[in-house]
Ligand binder design. Structure first.
Ligand code: WQD
Length: 342
């Protein structure tokens, strides 16, 4: 009998790629999403990739009644991967209450239902943003968290505490927080990928939309950082590598391999690349010349961050495998399919 996994935010970017890997691994997936930042069409493309269309329910997890009713109707769920959240850093500065209400209440409603319906396992989508600008690089799981640069980042930090404290108070619960570095790229079939609504905030979708002619040019936010070429450095990780780590984390919990009730893992590649290196890497892997200009730094940006991946490599037996150029090409192939470009 296939084990049933709930994926919240499963029509989103990382969520949809994780649904694919879960189905490939033989799990039965139920997706809950409010479609505030994604489309249900993603489910048809997941089916084209795996041959299995996940069960789908549309509602907001911030609605306690609907969340409770859902768990009452799905008694076979054994674990949850919780992606659903508002996630635009800039937007969160303008509408902080929406971010705190949506992101914190959703998690608390899920935890209430886990206790009430006996769903022991939760993998939580966290972010390296909880580290702020680290004093020492690379970042390990023991690197102290810092005050977040945005309400979005603060919801990730507070949600980690909510999860940890809930597990401490309810030993029947166990959870893993996965701190993503910068997820980029798309599924090799180009059937699913990152599809930001409106003007992309993140670098790689802005690059692919510029290459597709939707944007005039790329603004490189600052070249006066203390880095080799002056532009800021991040640890860019392929979204399929990231998705596979979620399957491993879920299996760790389902098979009771976790060492503590609450565990944290950094999910990065261990390599830092600057903005200009990403621009050049895209041109090299796709052959598409990009227009860009150097502008002022973006408020709230940190200078540089990349992961020490030792703990995830050794404890999870997981390592990012897909290289940067292949990843950037996958992002371009996805953009071309979405825009109907040959
Ligand atoms: C990367 C680099 C920018 C756009 C955020 C969140 C993180 C996660 C990923 C959700 C930075 C530069 C960007 C552009 C640029 N989000 N840049 N021109 O800010 O590292 O991380 O998104 O889970 O939690 O904090 O990602 O892609 O926005 O920026 O120069 O048009 O690219 O300054 O140095 P970021 P990003």
């Amino acid at each position: 009998m296939k084990k049933q996994i709930l994926v919240t935010g499963g029509t989103g970017y990382i969520g949809s790629h994780t649904v694919v890997e879960l189905e490939n691994a033989g799990y039965d997936v139920v997706v809950v999403d409010d479609l505030s930042n994604s489309s249900a069409d993603v489910l048809d493309n997941i089916e084209k990739i795996t041959g299995q269309k996940p069960v789908f329910e549309q509602f907001s997890l911030a609605d306690a009644e609907k969340t409770d009713d859902f768990f009452n109707r799905y008694p076979k769920i054994e674990a949850i991967i919780h992606f659903a959240a508002s996630k635009a850093v800039g937007e969160s500065v303008n509408i902080p209450l929406h971010y705190y209400r949506n992101n914190l209440v959703s998690l608390m409603n899920l935890l209430d239902c886990q206790k009430k319906y006996g769903v022991a396992n939760m993998v939580f989508s966290s972010s390296c943003t909880v580290y702020g600008q680290p004093d020492k690089l690379p970042v390990t799981e023991d690197t102290p968290r810092k005050d977040a640069e945005s309400p979005y980042g603060n919801t990730k930090r507070v949600n980690e505490d909510i999860l940890e404290d809930s597990i401490k108070a309810n030993p029947e619960l166990k959870g893993i927080a996965l701190r993503y570095f910068n997820p980029i790229g798309a599924h090799p079939t180009a059937l699913i990928g990152e599809l930001p609504l409106g003007v992309p905030q993140n670098l790689v979708p802005f690059i692919t939309q510029t290459a597709a002619g939707l944007r005039e040019q790329i603004s490189v936010f600052g070249d006066d950082y203390d880095t080799p070429d002056g532009s800021a450095i991040r640890d860019y990780i392929n979204v399929v590598d990231l998705a596979k780590a979620h399957v491993i984390a879920i299996e760790r919990l389902l098979e009771n391999k976790n060492k503590d009730g609450y565990e944290i893992f950094n999910l990065g590649t261990g390599n830092g690349y600057s903005v200009l290196e990403i621009v050049n890497g895209f041109e090299k892997s796709t052959g598409v010349k990009l227009n860009y200009k150097i502008v002022d730094r973006r408020a709230g940006d940190i200078e540089k961050i990349w992961a020490d991946t030792t703990y995830a490599n050794e404890e999870l037996g997981w390592k990012a495998e897909i290289g940067l150029e292949e990843t950037l090409l996958s992002a371009w192939n996805w953009e071309k399919r979405v825009r109907g470009i040959e």
